[in-house]
Design a protein around this ligand. Structure first.
Ligand code: NDP
Length: 299
């Protein structure tokens, strides 16, 4: 038997074991996927070794620790500065990947949106993480996203901004504080405070990548947000499983809102294919994970 797990704190809520074990069992692969609550990111590397893992996913707040634990990094993980997937190679070295960004991009394409320049997207599809999802992404021919606004500047905002920029979609990041500004300016991604947002601007895609939805709050005042949402083609809240205030306001503005469920499923799918390269039937794996996710949310 080979072992995989997800590290985080808290971790009890994680649906990753459910998603991964459903596929591993369905294909009768000799792997077991568990969850591990880590007290400190300092212990990540030695716990990975002690548990004799062949791979792991990393969630809040340890993605930057995982970046440091990896002996080598995929170009995407290096650019984002965070790792959510660790894979032990046959030589015993640990490789770090970021499958959050491909999960997000794939979720947009799967919903029928087109992104950025054909060349930019084609290049981004070649990353190892993204290529694991490619079979799902062939028929995207819907509305084009020409511009994006990301609300929030934490770990997921960083991954999404880099991914959109790599696909050739112009993106702006707005946050309540300036504490993450350097990351974005170093990568030539425009950054502003919520107060500096022009509510008459137009963005095709508006993403709520703040943690505000956890507290059932809006990330910024409705008077600024609603006019922006009313002009956008798609609102996207990374939170899933509940109607958030952001989603409610989007609906009131007549703008479609997507939640974070597909992103979660697709990042898991990309990670699982990195753990088990023999798993090739991406569309079937997606269908099973989608159905297990829906049942898991009901339970
Ligand atoms: P981080 O903690 O790294 O970043 C949180 C961001 O939210 C920061 O920019 C922070 O601002 C801002 N923020 C926090 N509270 C508020 C508030 N009340 N109002 C406005 N801004 C606020 O979190 P992540 O980036 O990892 O996650 C963000 C969200 O995305 C969470 O809801 C998480 O559950 C979800 N998520 C979903 C995923 C999926 O697969 N669907 C994957 C990853 C995350 P400041 O910088 O000033 O502190």
């Amino acid at each position: 038997m080979r072992y995989l797990c997800v590290f985080g704190n808290p971790i009890a809520h994680s649906l990753s074991p459910l998603l991964h074990n459903a596929i591993l069992q369905s294909y009768k692969l000799p792997y077991l996927y568990g969850r591990f609550m880590l007290d400190s990111g300092e212990n990540l590397g030695k716990t990975f070794d002690k548990l004799d893992l062949c791979g792991a996913n990393i969630t809040l707040p340890f993605k930057e620790h995982a970046y440091l634990v990896a002996h080598s990094l995929s170009p995407l993980a290096k650019r984002i500065g965070a790792v959510n997937t660790l894979v032990r190679t046959t030589s015993g070295k640990i490789c770090g990947y970021n499958t959050d960004a491909p999960g997000f991009i794939a979720s947009l394409l799967l919903s029928g949106f087109r992104l950025g320049s054909a060349k930019g997207l084609e290049e981004s599809l070649q990353s190892k993480e993204m290529s694991k999802l490619a079979p799902l992404l062939e028929q995207s021919s819907g509305e084009r996203i020409e511009s994006a606004l990301i609300l929030g500047a934490g770990g997921s905002a960083k991954a999404l901004a880099c991914a959109l920029q790599e696909c050739g979609t112009p993106v702006i990041v707005a946050n309540r504080s300036s504490k993450h500004e350097a990351f974005f300016t170093q990568r030539q991604i425009p950054y502003c405070l919520f107060d500096e947002l022009d509510s008459s601007a137009r963005f095709d895609l508006i993403i709520n990548a703040t943690s505000s939805s956890i507290a059932q709050a809006l990330p910024l005042p409705e008077s600024t947000l609603a006019p922006l949402l009313a002009r956008s083609k798609l609102a996207y809240d990374l939170m899933y499983g509940t109607l958030t205030p952001f989603a409610r306001i989007s609906k009131e503005c007549g703008t479609a809102c997507k939640d974070g469920a597909d992103m979660l499923i697709l990042q898991a799918l990309s990670a699982l294919r990195l753990f088990c390269p023999q798993l090739a039937d991406t569309p079937r794996i997606y269908t099973i994970m989608r159905s297990v996710f829906t049942q898991g949310r009901r339970a």
